[in-house]
Design a protein around this ligand. Structure first.
Ligand code: PGA
Length: 246
């Protein structure tokens, strides 16, 4: 039985003035027994979020694959760990597009995160054109093959399926499409990681809101959500956490 996991991805949003939202989510999450909740604010807010989170796990939205060195502007997994982060999102489609991140780079980042005992949330997802061409499952399978670490390290591996065309657009994949894709991802995990693949949580992401979360969470292989826009306020995020309690 996999526990549901609901993760907020603040993207490049938020400021010290909004850390009350972290505290409010933390208070609500304490009541939501049986659901794991986390928030990933920008790097600059990680340490102060940890201070306000009363134990609610705080994560980052990216890490560098190296331990340290001449990588101006980057932050390593070890640095995140030291700042109090417990998880990190890698390979988000916005980074794959804006920073030209390849599957191999995403895998190296995930491996670095796991080496430091962080939970690595590896994102995959197809574009609208790829879905319309009937290639969605093939594309996602290729991303999984290229982006997932060969072995889970000390940290937990999580997969997030986020169809690119559903992110921030208000469009969500149909429940049938989500179910089909999550089943395909589970198949890949079982084939490549054996029993451990059965324990990997698979999140759905892309315009998840309070009013569509329950339908998505009802599927066997939807183990939670990666939430962007609706994670910025406790008022919108907490009902999604509630929906995950079933
Ligand atoms: P959204 O973003 O919920 O705003 O669509 C999800 C994500 O990109 O993680």
């Amino acid at each position: 039985m996999r526990r549901k996991l609901v993760v907020g991805n603040w993207k490049m949003n938020g400021s010290l003035a909004q850390l009350g939202e972290v505290a409010a989510v933390a208070a609500a999450a304490k009541e939501a027994a049986g659901v794991d909740v986390a928030i990933c604010p920008p790097f600059t807010l990680i340490a102060s979020s940890v201070a306000r989170s009363a134990g609610l796990p705080i994560g980052a939205q990216d890490c560098h694959h190296a331990e340290s060195g001449a990588h101006t502007g980057n932050v390593s997994a070890g640095m995140l760990k030291e700042a109090g982060a417990r998880l990190v999102i890698v390979g988000h489609s916005e980074r794959r597009a804006e920073q030209h991140e390849s599957d191999a780079l995403v895998r190296a980042k995930a491996e670095a995160a796991l080496r430091h005992g962080l939970t690595a949330i590896v994102c995959v997802g197809e574009s609208e054109a790829q879905r319309e061409a009937g290639d969605a499952v093939a594309i996602v399978t290729r991303q999984l093959r290229g982006s997932l670490p060969a072995e889970a390290g000390e940290g937990e591996l999580v997969v997030a399926y986020e169809p690119i065309w559903a992110i921030g657009t208000g469009k969500t994949a149909t429940p049938a499409d989500v179910a089909e894709m999550h089943k395909a991802i589970r198949g890949h995990l079982l084939e490549n990681f054996g029993d451990r693949g059965g324990r990997v949580r698979i999140l759905y992401g892309g315009s998840v809101k309070a009013d569509n979360a329950a339908i998505l969470f009802a599927f066997d292989d939807v183990d939670g959500a990666l939430v962007g826009g609706a994670s910025l306020t406790a008022a919108q995020f907490v009902p999604i956490v509630e929906a995950a309690r079933g």
